[in-house]
Design a protein around this ligand. Structure first.
Ligand SMILES: C[S@@+](CC[C@H](N)C(=O)[O-])C[C@H]1O[C@@H](n2cnc3c(N)ncnc32)[C@H](O)[C@@H]1O
Length: 271
């Protein structure tokens, strides 16, 4: 379990959650607990594309505090299993599902997605992973594991916010990845890995604009609540968060690191 970020433990701490509850709506427009570049409009589109129903079982990789998994179960009636390597996130996720009365539909597991997924073959109808694959070292293995645990005809939808299409300097990269290890992917590599694992790519959508917008709004909210955030989380964390978000916005605006959503399908036949 070495690959989750300390920054997520900060975000999933009581003080982190308090801060997000305060600035979440200003950053995302509509905040449902997400901790990523994802706006709720995007998420509704993702859900519509995956189109799960009450009979579906969906896996979320990188389910964090459980907000997206619980939202999906409440919106569609689907069963959802969330996997995340953060114990702090897991505690929040389990409490959230219970609080919403969804503990019979939503289950969370502690696990490292860089290891073989702890699920049987062909047991999920759909897999969702938002801004998480760039945190996991062996992308090819993760995509192969997703193929294994999906039923024939099942869909995988994941976003990658670290697709590299232009030069990034070492200092820029250090600032952008202040929160922890990340893996940049050259443009075209996700498409290649999906094909190699046996997926058919149905669409890829450019969502770089959401990084620009969320980063700008986070910058404004951080300016507004600076004193409170510094008092709660300390100046080092405030500066690290503020600078890495500003760098993410800059690299996205200049279209050097872009964010894409990929929708892929496992072949409906077993062979
Ligand atoms: C960008 S957050 C996404 C949270 C949430 N799903 C959302 O969309 O807002 C990424 C999540 O991936 C988790 N994560 C990072 N590395 C992981 C790994 N190797 N295995 C499982 N989860 C991981 C982090 O703990 C974090 O909760």
């Amino acid at each position: 379990m070495n690959f989750h970020l300390d920054a997520y433990d900060i975000a999933y701490s009581d003080l982190g959650q308090e801060m997000l509850a305060k600035v979440g709506n200003e950053i995302y427009g509509e905040y449902v607990g997400q901790l990523s570049w994802m706006t709720i409009e995007e998420y509704r589109r993702f859900i519509a594309r995956l189109a799960p129903g009450p009979e579906s079982h969906v896996l979320e990789i990188g389910s964090g505090n459980g907000a997206a998994a619980v939202y999906l179960a409440a919106a569609t009636g689907a069963r959802v299993t969330g996997l995340d390597s953060s114990e702090a996130g897991l505690r929040l996720a389990v409490a959230l599902a219970k609080d919403r009365g969804l503990e019979d539909r939503v289950e969370f597991r502690l696990g490292d997605a860089s290891q073989p997924l702890p699920f049987a073959d062909a047991c999920f109808d759909a897999i969702f992973a938002n801004d998480t694959f760039s945190l996991i070292p062996d992308r090819a293995a993760v995509v192969r594991q997703c193929h294994r645990v999906l039923r024939p005809g099942g869909h995988l939808l994941f976003t990658d916010c670290m697709v590299m299409v232009g030069p990034v300097g070492s200092e820029e990269l250090a600032m952008r990845t202040w929160a922890g290890s990340s893996w940049l992917t050259p443009h075209g590599e996700n498409e290649r890995l999906l094909g190699a694992a046996g997926f058919e790519l149905l669409s890829s959508e450019d969502l770089t604009e959401s990084v620009v917008a969320v980063a700008r709004r986070q910058d404004e909210a951080f300016g507004k609540y600076r004193e409170e955030i510094v008092n709660n989380l300390g100046e080092g964390i405030y500066d690290g968060l503020a600078q890495s978000t500003a760098m993410a916005g800059k690299l996205a605006k200049e279209r050097r690191l872009i964010r894409l959503a990929y929708l892929a399908r496992k072949s409906p036949s077993r062979h």
